[in-house]
Structure formats: C-alpha cells, structure tokens
Design a protein around this ligand. Structure first.
Ligand SMILES: [Fe+2]
Length: 507
C-alpha cells in the first residue's frame, strides 16, 4: 500500500494525520491484509494519538472524500474531526441520520409502521395502567364483558350521531372499535385531540368488537423526569430560519446579533453573557432556497443557491470562533424535504464545511452538549418543525388556543405522543425499516425547533421547549398561510440554572 493510499484509508476512517506524522510514514508502509486490523496496528494507533487539526490538511482531506462522493464516509470524517480532535468542544452527535439510497417499496412502509408501533408500544408498557395489556385479537375473542387494556395505532376517527367519539385502532393482531363517551368530559376533551396513526393505550370494558374507554394513555414524558443542572457556566443560543437570499432577510438585525456576540454592543452584563455563550444552534432554513413555492424568485435578492449558502457562511464566519455551532437543515434548504433530512453534504452546501467550529447534523437529530467530569451533558432534540403546519390545522386545542402563535402547544402535543410527526400525512418521510427516526425514543433535556418564525419558550415535564424565531420579515406567502412572524428574537438558555430568556435584536 502506498503512502497516499494509506492516508486515504485513514481519512476514510476519520483519522487525519498532522503533516509531521505523515512525513514519518515511509513510502511503502507494510499493512495487515485484513483491513479490520488496521486499527489494531499499534504503530498506527500511536500515530493517530498525535493527530492535531491542521486546517490545510483538513481541506485536502475534505476534498478527497468529496471526490469519492460517499456522503457517509464524508460525514463520519467531519463528525470525527469535530468530536475527537476538539475535545474541549463538548458537542457530541448522539443521533444524526444519513441518507439511505435504496429504492423504497410498499413493504418498507409496512415495516416502518411496525417498527414505529413497537417503539411506542415499548414506551407505553412502562405505564402501570397498561401492565396487563392484551392483544386486540384476544379482546375480540372474549365472550364476557370485563376490564381490558389494549395498545393500538389509530386507524380511523369519527363522531357518532349521538356526539360520542368512535375510533378504530389496530395492532399486529387485529383491529377494534373504541368508544369515548361524551359523558366523561375530561377524557372526551383529551380524546378530541387524538390524530390518525398515533399510538395510544386504552383501558376500558369490552363489548362486541368494541372497547368502551374509561381511560386513554399516551406514551408521554413521565412525571418523574428530572431537571438536570450543570455546575459549569455557559449559555446556549437558538436561531432558525435565516432565509438568506430573501428580499426580506433582516441583515441589519442579524448584524446587531453578531455585534453582541462579539461583545461590541450591549451593557456590561449583556457583554458578560455574550462572553459565556458556548453553543449556537441553527435549526434549518439557512437560506431562502430557490423554487420552494410558486413565484418565489420575486421574493429573492440572491437567486443562486450557491450564492445564498456562500452568503450564509460569510455571516457565520463573523461569529466568534469559541462558539460551537450546530446546524441542521429545514424545508427551504437544498436537500430532500422528506424526513429525516440528511446532513448537508451536496454540491450547493459544501461551503458549510469550511466553518471549522461547526457540527452539521440531520433534521431531526440529537446532540449532547456541555459534559464535564461529573455531568452527563444535556441532550438536545433538534427538529426544524415541518410537521407543525398539519397540527395547527387539524388539532382543535392547538388551533383554538393560538395556532401558529403557540409553538409550545405543538411541541407538548408531539412530546406527549413521543413522535415528531405522528400522522402519516403530516410530513414527508423516508421509511426506515430498522427504526423510525421521528420517534422520540429518549427524553431530551431541551426540545428545540424553528419553522414557524415566532419564538416561544416553555417547559413540559422538565423538558425545556424552545421555538427559535427567524431573520426574515413577514412575506406575502406567510401572510397567506397564517403565520405571524416575530423576527430577530433569540432564545438564550443558561446552562447552569436552566433559565431561558428571549433576546431581541429587532428595532
Ligand atoms: Fe421552515
């Protein structure tokens, strides 16, 4: 194996060698035949310990991997660089989903729903009330009326002539009707919010092909969920929906934000906070995009996608280098809209990878930040929020209490269901057959979103909820779809106290 091949192989495994180490490798380094043994070769391990970031080499390595056009190797490499080579960075990617390229068949959707059902059923089994759950086929076979509990996916929902709610729910063994009587007002009110395809637990009494519900249970966040706190000072900021390239991009407001981050503006207290900002999350829609909606070109000042991303990168380069940026895509970005949206790796967005203090992940993703010797760090669930539109339009309790103005209600609704888009039609998605990336498997400390252009902060069972605002003035399109943007606001989380504030950079 030649020196060049060796370096290439190491790069593929995310190992980047400093130039002096490269110099020490002879032109024809003998290597074990079994590639798996490569890691076990002590010499190489020793060498890899001496790795240090050299940005010139980084660029070369990036270009090399890019040429190979292997997005997985490329991302592994980038994440390795950011996690391992900058240990002080304290940003760990817990979940980020790569593109899966195989052709999708109907069977894949069935498998996808099966794995989703199993994951949510597992969470529901933790509920004491559902310990004695029976399969739907067994309930159907019962002759006597007795207390039963089942777990099912909602297939159908309707109101009966008498005004009660009738659902059809299914599990892998069969389907059954569930009646929620309006005489149980609390239950009836909650059940009105049930949406298609969500997975719920029902306890009640069986009849012929029916369960009369006494209680409905959601996977939800347990009441016992702890509020973690770190001893270490630091702040995290959440921004979203810059829509760079839009004629409504609020560049002056964004400049004010950057000036504050650089401690060029603000009073002493505000500057002191800026000096302790350690993480900046950017939750998608970095650019306005091209052709996202009809006649969008009329709303653009930058009509070229490359130029939009270059402009975004130029703005980010003004952000102090000690702040770690974590970036995920949104529906305006130059990627597939179907979720999970993979991390940015294509031609249009390659300039993002020239930002050295940046971790690029999928949408959704889970990131762990701020670990220390005696603190496990905070897990942040990132989701741009494309499914939100559906729930604003279809869930009475959200629509009647403010709709788009209440991102916190949408976020609570989704956490209760432990799924970012429970209804099949609420977002476009790629069926994954081993696990459903939109299931909220682990309970996050912070759930952060964007998309609806209005900041909101709240708390739900010790999960901090953050909706980031935007940097785009109200467009005609938003007016048409009922958004009420409040741009240039930035939620700030104190990582020591968990206190959240919203900073304003608009006039
Ligand atoms: Fe969006």
């Amino acid at each position: 194996m030649s020196k060049k091949e060796l370096i290439e192989k190491l790069l593929e495994r995310g190992l980047l060698l400093a130039p002096d180490v490269i110099d020490r490798i002879s032109e024809e380094t003998p290597l074990p035949k079994d590639e798996k043994l490569l890691y076990l070769n002590t010499d190489l391990l020793d060498l890899s310990k001496k790795i240090e970031v050299n940005w010139e080499e980084f660029e070369k390595a990036r270009a090399l991997l890019e040429k190979k056009n292997d997005s997985r190797a490329y991302n592994r490499f980038l994440n390795y660089i950011s996690e391992e080579l900058e240990p002080e960075k304290k940003v760990k990617v817990m979940k980020s989903y790569e593109e899966i390229s195989s052709k999708k068949e109907v069977r894949d959707f069935t498998l996808h729903f099966n794995v989703r059902f199993n994951a949510l059923q597992k969470i529901l089994y933790n509920r004491d009330e559902l310990k004695g759950t029976t399969s739907i086929s067994r309930v159907l076979a019962k002759r006597d009326r007795e207390r039963v509990s089942i777990i099912g996916m909602v297939k159908e929902k309707r109101q009966t002539k008498k005004g009660n709610l009738m659902f059809t729910v299914e599990d892998p063994t069969g389907e059954i009707k569930v009646l929620v009587n309006q005489n149980k007002p609390d239950l009836f009110l909650e059940a009105k919010d049930i949406v298609l395809d969500e997975v719920i637990g029902i306890s009640g009494v069986n009849g012929e092909n029916i369960v009369f519900a006494n209680n409905v249970l959601w996977p939800d966040i347990p009441m016992t969920n702890q509020l973690k706190r770190s001893d270490e000072e630091g702040y995290a900021l959440f921004i979203s929906d810059l829509h760079v390239g839009s004629k409504d991009f609020l560049g002056k407001d964004f400049d004010r934000f950057i000036q504050w981050l650089n401690q060029e503006t603000g009073n002493e207290r505000q500057k002191a906070i800026a000096s302790k900002v350690k993480y900046l999350f950017i939750l998608g829609d970095l650019v306005a995009g091209v052709g996202v909606y009809p006649n969008q070109e009329e709303d653009l000042t930058i009509t070229d996608l490359y130029d939009q991303y270059n402009e975004f990168v130029d703005l980010c380069k003004k952000i102090p280098k000690n702040i770690q940026m974590i970036i995920c895509p949104g529906n305006h970005d130059a990627l597939r809209v179907a979720e999970p949206q993979p991390p940015f790796t294509n031609e249009f967005t390659k300039c993002l990878h020239t930002l050295p203090n940046t971790t690029i992940v999928s949408n959704p993703a889970v990131i762990n930040i701020h670990t220390s010797d005696d603190f496990p760090g905070y897990n942040i669930l990132l989701y741009h929020g494309y499914s939100f539109d559906y729930y604003v339009a279809n869930v009475d309790s959200i629509r009647n209490q403010g709709g788009y103005d209440r991102a916190d209600l949408i976020m609570k609704f989704l956490l209760k269901r432990r799924h970012l888009a429970p209804t099949h039609t609420s977002t476009q998605y790629v069926p994954y057959t081993d696990k459903d990336p939109l299931v909220v498997e682990e309970i996050p400390d912070i759930f952060a979103t964007g998309h609806i252009h209005k900041a909101a902060v709240s708390k739900y069972k010790n999960v901090t909820l953050i909706a980031a605002s935007c940097w785009e003035g109200r467009t005609d399109f938003q007016e048409k779809v009922g958004h009420h943007p409040e741009p240039s606001r930035v939620p700030l989380v104190n990582l020591q106290t968990r206190e959240v504030k919203i900073l304003r950079f608009g006039k």
